[in-house]
Write a protein that binds this ligand. Structure first.
Ligand code: ZN
Length: 196
């Protein structure tokens, strides 16, 4: 083995293939799309396979589910393995593209169980998605779990819109909050806080 690592991989959890095989192939409404992301987050908590966050990527118009992610920071020994990052990476790998906004592809939409952190906001811009749907808010994450969302700019939503990415917040927000609460009640690990 080399002294310095030259590759890495982070696996999604063992329960995910079964979960996906029993879910619909298409999700028509914003609520249905976000509910899938929230359900992924909940399964991750209940199975003890990572932090309380889930994400899914859909074709914007058809509602076809094209990729999913859940938080894998602790089990994967990887600080960047947030749900949204995993969803972008697995979807781009599946579609064999580095840009989900390519002109030869249908438009794509991210649905996430909680507002993106500082890192995932950047990744959202680079991913090529044209739309994001969000359940719980940043303040829900921070007040209910103690996780640090990082240096998120107050005008983040306007900045995404300015880059052609539509933003819809508070989609079934209470359901997203419940998963955060569930994790907190189970004394889930809160890692990597670097609050100023
Ligand atoms: Zn993140």
């Amino acid at each position: 083995m080399s002294r310095v690592a030259t590759s890495f991989s982070v696996e999604l959890p063992h329960w995910l293939p079964t979960f996906i095989s029993s879910s619909p192939t298409h999700f028509s409404s914003a609520e249905e799309r976000v509910r899938l992301a929230v359900e992924l987050a909940k399964h991750n908590v209940v199975n003890g396979t990572g932090g309380p966050f889930g994400a899914a990527i859909f074709e914007l118009d058809s509602g076809k589910l094209v990729g999913v992610g859940v938080n894998r920071v602790v089990p994967g020994n990887c600080s960047i393995a947030h749900a949204e990052m995993m969803a972008f990476a697995t979807t781009q790998n599946a579609l064999q593209t580095f840009d989900l906004g390519s002109s030869n592809l249908p438009n794509h939409q991210l649905a996430t169980s909680a507002a993106m952190c500082a890192m995932c906001l950047g990744a959202t811009v680079w991913s090529g998605v044209k739309s994001v749907l969000i359940s719980a808010r940043k303040e829900d994450v921070e007040s209910l779990t103690g996780f640090d969302e990082g240096p998120v700019h107050p005008t983040w939503a306007e900045q995404l819109v300015g880059r052609g990415i539509a933003v819809t917040q508070d989609v079934i927000r209470d359901e997203g909050r419940k998963v955060l609460q569930l994790y907190s009640e189970g004394n889930g690990v809160v890692y990597n806080g670097r609050s100023a």
